[in-house]
Structure formats: C-alpha cells, structure tokens
Design a protein around this ligand. Structure first.
Ligand SMILES: [Zn+2]
Ligand SMILES: [Zn+2]
Length: 96
C-alpha cells in the first residue's frame, strides 16, 4: 500500500476545487508560484490535503480535505494520539 502515483495531481485538483481555501478556517492560501505579501508568514498559507479518517491510503474524495498548514497540524495534534509534525507523512504535508 502506498500513495497513488497521481497523488500530486489529485491533491492539486482538490485544492483547485476548494479555491485554495482552507475548509476549516476559511483562509485563502497561496497558489503555487504566488508570492506572499511581506507581512505574512507564507508557511501558514500553505494549503495541504488532510485525510479525514487519518488513513493516508484512503484517497476517496470525501476523505480528502484541503486545510491550511496550521489547521492541518491542529487536526493531527488533537483527536487521536499525539502525532507530531515529524510523524506527518511527507506526502500529507507536501507543498503544492
Ligand atoms: Zn485553516
Ligand atoms: Zn492530515
């Protein structure tokens, strides 16, 4: 089991559909290649795709939620277990 080859495209698709908006806090994130204004922290405006049921191999559309990096971390910090940033899958937090 692993990530499908088209994960990148899939994630991109989901972000496009969401208008690059975090589904939790509504923050509009930076699109690829978009330059952040000087006064913001670009990392916080990085849209990522979260697996709702925490199963990274379950890539059904209803399981995939675009969220900004800070909401993403809060999903993983709260709820089940004490997963740390380092334990997040590289794909899960892959940028753009
Ligand atoms: Zn958010
Ligand atoms: Zn996640």
């Amino acid at each position: 089991m692993g990530y499908p080859k088209h994960w990148k495209e899939l994630a991109r698709d989901i972000k496009e559909k969401a208008d690059w908006r975090c589904q939790k806090c509504g923050r509009v994130c930076l699109r690829p290649g978009e330059k952040p204004p000087d006064n913001i922290k670009p990392r916080a405006y990085n849209l990522q795709v979260h697996h709702h049921n925490m199963i990274p191999t379950d890539n059904r559309l209803e399981n995939l939620i675009p969220v900004c990096s800070s909401c993403h971390l809060s999903y993983h910090r709260g709820g089940r277990g004490n997963i740390s940033v380092g334990q997040l899958s590289l794909f899960d937090i892959s940028q753009f």
